[in-house]
Design a protein around this ligand. Structure first.
Ligand SMILES: [Zn+2]
Length: 79
């Protein structure tokens, strides 16, 4: 029998293998669906100090931009 978790947004119960789990600063967060996770994250963004959020967003954008660049370079090589 596998463990059931409870979605922190809507309260629905779900199995550990399903749903979305995030770790935010050591706090374990469990959502039954991507929609509930997104709802939580949207609300979370409003509670983060703007300066810290701006820094975090810039760094995350840079991370994805870099990953996309590497992927494009890899694609160019294989053609
Ligand atoms: Zn939910």
């Amino acid at each position: 029998m596998s463990e059931r978790l409870e979605c922190i947004v809507c309260g629905r119960k779900f199995y550990r293998a399903q749903g979305v789990r995030l770790n935010a600063a050591g706090i374990e967060l469990a959502f039954h669906s991507k929609a509930c996770a997104l709802k939580f994250v949207r609300s979370l963004l409003e509670h983060v100090e703007p300066g810290a959020l701006r820094r975090g967003v810039s760094e995350t954008l840079a991370e994805f931009r870099e990953a996309r660049k590497k992927l494009e370079e890899l694609r160019a090589k294989t053609i």
